[in-house]
Write a protein that binds this ligand. Structure first.
Ligand SMILES: [Zn+2]
Ligand SMILES: [Zn+2]
Length: 340
């Protein structure tokens, strides 16, 4: 079969590789879509320590089960022909954090598309327990967005979630807009977004945001009392520092974006003390995969978030488009050419 292979940091190309066979407890998924995300850029660039090369990246995948290994079906396991979304995270189940029910903080981190072959391939073998059967009614775009949406669901789960509050989100990329759509369903009074990219702001307005601006100074609440909840979905230090100063008294700041581990941000400890601000972190997916599927099944329409779909052989073009930052979510459809 064909797959995108990162042979070493900086070297990536589609190549012929052996077809995967399911080990006991595994299934083989014929990949219909796999989303490209910042984590893939870190794998391509060699900045993600647990990766061992060569690796087939891709962790936001959906497709159809085409083979089931011994014991793979289990009590509720997927069967051949099922349409599934795959949770790429494989917490060890044995470390301190797994044993206290916080598997996303696992000390022996393994994940499909990171520490083992992922979804930028025609087929991939994955643990049956990572598969979630999804309805036939889901659009291909929605099915491919389940993994990033489940990150946003976890972020929402980390928030106090009181109805009637005003939200300010930094970053009008896919993650920021997913968070905006979710907090809306959780009863937000208003949702505004800050981004420096004008193209993204124009789309954000069409996506139902109350305001989409280049600076929070342009918002009455931004200049005034602040927002009950401020979410950073950029990982950019200037955005984080600005956002911490826009939290209303008694409010919450959520660090949802992935910042450079080497960077530090300045904030006022007096402000945190005097205004009783909660600062919360949210990392990846935690018991949020099925809820993400159920939110989509309830009618949340995220299809406009997918701006491009490329075949496997156009992976270079997709990466260039991602790095240019002009699109939204980019999906790779590994079997697209065959299906014509
Ligand atoms: Zn991702
Ligand atoms: Zn663990």
């Amino acid at each position: 079969m064909r797959a995108v292979v990162v042979t070493e940091p900086g070297r990536v190309a589609p190549a012929d590789v052996p077809d995967p066979r399911p080990e006991p407890g595994e299934v083989v998924v014929r990949v219909s879509s796999c989303g490209l995300c910042g984590t893939d850029m870190h794998i391509l660039g060699g900045e993600l320590p647990p990766v061992t090369y060569p690796v087939i990246p891709g962790h936001e995948l959906t497709g159809e089960v085409v083979a089931v290994g011994e014991g793979g079906e289990g009590a509720t396991g997927p069967a051949v022909g099922d349409r599934v979304a795959v949770d790429p995270n494989m917490p060890c189940g044995a470390c301190h954090y797994c044993r206290i029910g916080r598997g996303n903080l696992c000390e022996d981190y393994r994940a499909i598309g990171v520490t083992q072959a992922g979804g930028f391939a025609e087929q991939v073998a994955v643990p049956a327990r990572c598969c979630y059967v999804i309805p036939a009614s889901f659009s291909e775009a929605s099915a491919g967005l389940i993994e990033p949406l489940s990150c946003a669901v976890h972020g929402l789960n980390r928030l106090p979630r009181r109805p009637g509050e005003h939200y300010l989100i930094y970053g009008a990329g896919t993650m920021g807009l997913m968070m905006a759509a979710l907090v809306r369903t959780a009863g937000a009074a208003s949702v505004s977004v800050v981004d420096l990219n004008e193209e993204r702001l124009a789309f954000a307005e069409s996506f139902g945001l109350d305001a989409a601006v280049t600076s929070a100074d342009k918002l009455a609440l931004g200049k005034g009392p602040g927002f009950e909840v401020v979410v950073d979905a950029t990982g950019a230090v200037p955005a984080i520092e600005d956002g911490l100063g826009r939290v209303r008294k008694g409010g919450t700041f959520l660090q949802f974006g992935v910042a450079d581990p080497a960077r530090k941000a300045a904030f006022s400890p007096y402000l945190v003390y005097n205004s009783e601000i909660d600062i919360i972190g949210s990392m990846a997916v935690h018991n949020s995969f099925q809820p993400a599927i159920d939110v989509l099944a309830s009618g949340l329409d995220l299809d406009p978030l997918v701006s491009d779909v490329y075949g496997l052989e156009d992976f270079d073009t997709a990466v260039a488009r991602f790095k240019a930052g002009t699109g939204r979510k980019i999906h790779i459809a590994p079997n697209q050419a065959k299906e014509g």
